[in-house]
Ligand binder design. Structure first.
Ligand code: COA
Length: 208
């Protein structure tokens, strides 16, 4: 990987695991930051899942595809970790298959202590409970105290009303519905309404 300034990808990004230290291990999935060596697996899953993800998730920034999309995600991972504004984790099965992406975005500190969660699961692995595992793991990470977690107070998620599987995951892991955001996100070229979900640390503590 050679960015335009001639530095290798390694030099440009630094040691991803050092910059983005958060990782979570569950019996069915390891969640860790994306690394350069993940490129082929990332490309396989992106191609396989493109049509299934398109109705529910924003198109890649600047219409990036292929290796540019991978580099964009890698950079978002590293820059988000450096600035403390994003924790973006890739989930992997024990055999090394990429399950999907589970992220805490737009992390705001101060009196808010909040983030927006996002998730997507590879089309060849849906329907096996892995989405639920990944979302639970990032909520644990969000609410656990530092240094292992982010010590946040609130996590929000916005989901299109027709995305029944995603709404089901949100409700299963403790998100409650708070309202409707009209024409909230541009998805597949249209400004789509989204249902607004949120969960706070005390909701989760109370739920055991
Ligand atoms: C939504 C998505 C993450 C689900 O991943 P997954 O690994 O299949 O999720 P899980 O298997 O953990 O859970 C899905 C749940 O929804 C249920 N479900 C699936 N389709 C459903 C439907 N049409 N109506 C109602 N429930 C549905 C499943 O039965 C399952 O519930 P259960 O475990 O109680 O049986 C995955 O399909 C995906 O990535 N979709 C495209 C991207 C996306 O929508 N991202 C979220 C944007 S907000």
């Amino acid at each position: 990987m050679k960015p335009r300034d001639g530095r290798s990808g390694d030099e440009a990004l630094g040691d991803v695991t050092e910059i983005a230290p958060f990782r979570r291990s569950t019996p069915r999935m390891l969640l860790r930051p994306l690394e350069e060596a993940d490129w082929l697996e990332f490309a396989r899953v992106a191609e396989l899942s493109r049509l299934e993800w398109a109705p529910w998730t924003p198109a890649p920034e600047s219409d990036q595809t292929g290796h540019a999309a991978f580099l964009g995600e890698l950079l978002r991972t590293v820059q988000g970790a450096k600035s403390g504004t994003h924790v973006r984790l890739a989930g992997f099965t024990e055999r090394g298959a990429l399950v999907g992406t589970f992220a805490l975005n737009e992390i705001v500190r101060g009196a808010f202590q909040s983030a927006y969660a996002s998730w997507q699961v590879s089309s060849d692995l849906v329907g096996q409970g892995l989405g639920t595992v990944g979302v639970r793991a990032i909520l644990d990470l969000a609410f656990d105290d530092a240094p292992g977690g982010l010590g946040l107070h609130r996590v929000q998620a916005n989901i299109m009303p027709a995305n029944a599987a995603s709404i089901h995951i949100a409700e299963k892991v403790g998100f409650r519905r708070e309202g409707v955001a009209r024409r909230y996100l541009k998805i597949a070229g249209r400004w789509e309404d989204h249902l607004m979900f949120a969960v706070t640390k005390d909701d989760r503590d109370g739920a055991g």
